[in-house]
Design a protein around this ligand. Structure first.
Ligand code: CP3
Length: 344
């Protein structure tokens, strides 16, 4: 099995490549009308994610339509809480909602470590189908939420600006917090290893709510679990850690046993490079809102970003996921500019 385009894998391993690889966080299922069409053929997001043939189809859409250098499996970070016993609903225009949460020792007894093969078999099946249908055109990225972000949803029960219910538990019951974080971590390790076994070529951990913790809390409740996961990936596929807003622990991120660190748009590239060190590949980091600008402005912003990172050890991406109302032709302008401008 040889991939026709393995640019992103070679870059992630630290090799010099003919140009900078590019993909986008949330590239599947946000901006494409072709996604909407598939989504409207089922009852909603959850049914789509749980139907492997359709999940594979929308995973491949951005490869065909946008020309990205990698696919990312269509699923959600919230499948882990679900597999642990907390079912979720996706409320139209509002986001995820968990009828049951974990807020006490009694609640913790109601959740279990995920049995990934029985509970998440549909994701593994979607990976297998996607790999077959991609036919080795580009690598497939598997992913999971980082334990702190998953914990936030399991305790809070919904999205939040502050996640104050989840943070409250860190202050009032650190022991219970660690027990839940450990159970999430063990579930996530099994899940990521199963994704690789099913065919994922690289992995990304999303710590979307990293930025709301203090540095000390992040070092106590987030980093040790991410570190455990990085150490426990059995087959050596490249791993990316994206901790949004975690500017205050960049030196620590540089010491993780992973290949790539994702940067958001608040993080200065040169400063990040000096804090993280020269070993790691960096991913990012254009502000997704830059893609609301004119084509000329998108081109110049993208070139500025590429110049800041330099030619080596960079995977081009946005600083966070695409927004649903961005226009596909503007998104494609970003991708095409990376491909043209970064050619050696
Ligand atoms: O291209 C891809 O990345 C598709 C796979 C993917 C989804 N969610 C599909 C999805 C990935 C990698 C995610 C990650 C995810 N999910 C994160 C981490 C990344 C980040 O943005 O910080 C988080 C925090 C979630 C939780 C989540 N899922 C929220 C808050 C929401 C509602 C709002 C939103 O983002 O759309 C979701 C729903 C969701 N996940 C949708 C999709 C395509 C929209 C559902 C729909 O089609 O109606």
């Amino acid at each position: 099995m040889t991939l026709q385009n393995d640019l992103i894998l070679r870059t992630a391993r630290g090799e010099k490549t003919e140009r900078t690889p590019v993909w986008l966080m949330r590239q599947a299922g946000r901006v494409l009308p072709e996604y909407r069409a598939v989504r409207n053929s089922v009852s909603g997001f959850i049914e789509l994610a749980q139907t492997p043939e359709l999940a594979a189809e929308v995973t491949i859409q951005p490869v065909d339509i946008l020309g990205v250098d990698a696919a990312i499996i269509f699923s959600d970070i919230l499948v882990i809480p679900e597999a642990m016993g907390l079912a979720y609903e996706m409320v139209e225009k509002k986001g995820p909602y968990f009828p049951k949460t974990v807020r006490s020792a009694e609640d913790l007894k109601q959740v279990r470590k995920a049995d990934v093969h029985s509970d998440l078999g549909y994701v593994l099946e979607a990976i297998k189908i996607t790999k077959k249908e991609l036919n080795d055109r580009v690598p497939l990225i598997g992913f999971a939420g980082a334990p702190w972000t998953i914990f936030s949803y399991m305790v809070e029960g919904a999205g939040s600006k502050t996640f104050s219910v989840a943070k409250k538990m860190l202050y009032t019951d650190p022991e219970l917090s660690h027990q839940l974080l450990e159970m999430i971590t063990q579930s996530t390790i099994d899940y990521l290893n199963a994704q690789v076994e099913a065919g994922a070529d690289m992995l990304q951990l999303f710590d979307s709510w990293a930025g709301i913790l203090s540095p000390e809390q992040y070092r106590t409740f987030a980093l040790p679990y991410i570190s455990k996961i990085c150490d426990a990936i059995d087959q050596k596929v490249p791993v990316t850690v994206f901790a949004k807003g975690a500017y205050f622990v960049r030196e620590d991120l540089g010491k993780l046993n992973c290949n790539t660190i994702g940067l958001d748009w608040n993080m200065d590239v040169a400063e990040s490079r000096s804090l993280i060190g020269n070993e790691k590949v960096l991913q990012g980091n254009l502000d997704p809102c830059a893609l609301y600008g004119s084509f000329d402005d998108i081109k110049s912003e993208t070139k500025k970003m590429l110049d800041a990172f330099g030619k080596d050890k960079h995977i081009a991406n946005l600083g966070h996921g695409l927004y649903p109302d961005l226009k596909p032709d503007k998104v494609k302008c970003f991708i095409d500019t990376v491909k043209e401008y970064s050619q050696r």
